[in-house]
Write a protein that binds this ligand. Structure first.
Ligand code: NAP
Length: 281
């Protein structure tokens, strides 16, 4: 059965939005699952966010994703939020119910853990300490995900110490703060190394951190997907660590959005990941 176009508009809001990979992900699934829907990429400047929500009915959306810089401010315009959004303090997805109420959710945490577990056996990392570099918005989602999963020790290091303190206060004693200039000394028994900073993104300097103290069995994860192979990922693979870039997380966070919007759980296929990788080249 085809889902009618009239009731099936989804999309994304952000600023800027031109380089988003989301349209490619959703178009791929529209074709694969025979969903006759339309995808809208809406560039909404921060000072237009309020009027966007005031006029939302005109778009006839079933739901949409939210990206930088609106993930926190959009909380002000939804009627309800799920538990992950409450804990993380940001939303990346809205579902519009039949009565037009807006339900906000955050699927970044789920997307992260699903991408990790689908790529690597849980036995590799599940009892070992994890080191998380960075304490911004993405870090919050990662900490929530790791704690929910049952990780017992998370070492958190951020350039601005105060931000790590806020997260420790929020998430509790599972977080051990590592001062920025001591982070290289905290790697020797870690099972996961996760870069949540923006260092390494296209146009930015690489993450300036020596990882030679990390066990070779540890998995090195960079949330960045542009470029696909950051300097960190390249260095980690060269010394024999298993690695994961941010592209699978981006795709996996879209899976629960589809479940909410269409009642379909789409597959994350190699074909889709290859398509996105190609688009980034
Ligand atoms: P954010 O809230 O702006 O946080 C940025 C983080 O980077 C902060 O911890 C900041 O430290 C750190 N940082 C910035 N410049 C630095 C420098 N020169 N040296 C050391 N640390 C520096 O950004 P975000 O939303 O968390 O996003 C972070 C990254 O995650 C981005 O690359 C984003 O693309 C990626 N991400 C990926 C996905 C995915 O699906 N794969 C999802 C979400 C985010 P200070 O606190 O000291 O400023």
């Amino acid at each position: 059965m085809k889902i009618s176009k009239k009731i099936s508009k989804i999309g994304i809001i952000g600023y800027p939005i031109a380089h988003s990979l989301s349209p490619l992900i959703h178009q791929y699934w529209f074709e694969k699952y025979n969903v006759d829907a339309e995808y809208l990429s809406l560039e909404i400047a921060p000072d237009s966010l309020k009027s966007f929500f005031e006029d939302i009915d005109q778009y006839n959306l079933r739901g949409f994703n939210i990206t930088i810089p609106h993930k926190v401010n959009a909380l002000n315009y939804v009627d309800e939020i799920d538990q992950s959004a409450k804990t993380i303090g940001a939303i990346n997805c809205i579902t519009i119910n039949n009565n037009k109420s807006l339900l906000g959710a955050n699927y970044d945490a789920k997307g992260f853990m699903d991408s990790l577990i689908s790529n690597y056996s849980e036995n590799i990392f599940n009892k070992k300490p994890v080191i998380v570099i960075g304490a911004g918005g993405a870090s919050r989602a990662i900490l929530y995900s790791l704690i929910n999963y049952g990780i017992k020790e998370i070492r958190l290091s951020n350039r601005t110490y105060e931000k790590s303190k806020i997260l420790k206060k929020y998430f509790g004693n599972v977080i051990k703060i590592i001062p920025w200039d001591e982070k290289e000394n905290s790697l020797n028994d870690c099972g996961l190394f996760i870069n949540t900073t923006s260092q390494g993104m296209i146009g930015k300097d690489p993450l300036d951190m020596d990882i030679s103290g990390l066990p070779r069995e540890a998995i090195v994860i960079d949330l960045i997907y542009n470029p696909i192979d950051t300097d960190l990922i390249k260095r980690a693979s060269l010394r024999g660590n298993k690695t994961l870039n941010g592209l699978p997380m981006l795709v996996y966070q879209a899976v629960p959005a589809w479940e909410a919007w269409f009642g379909i759980k789409p597959d994350v296929t190699k074909e889709l990941l290859d398509l996105l990788e190609k688009a980034l080249q």
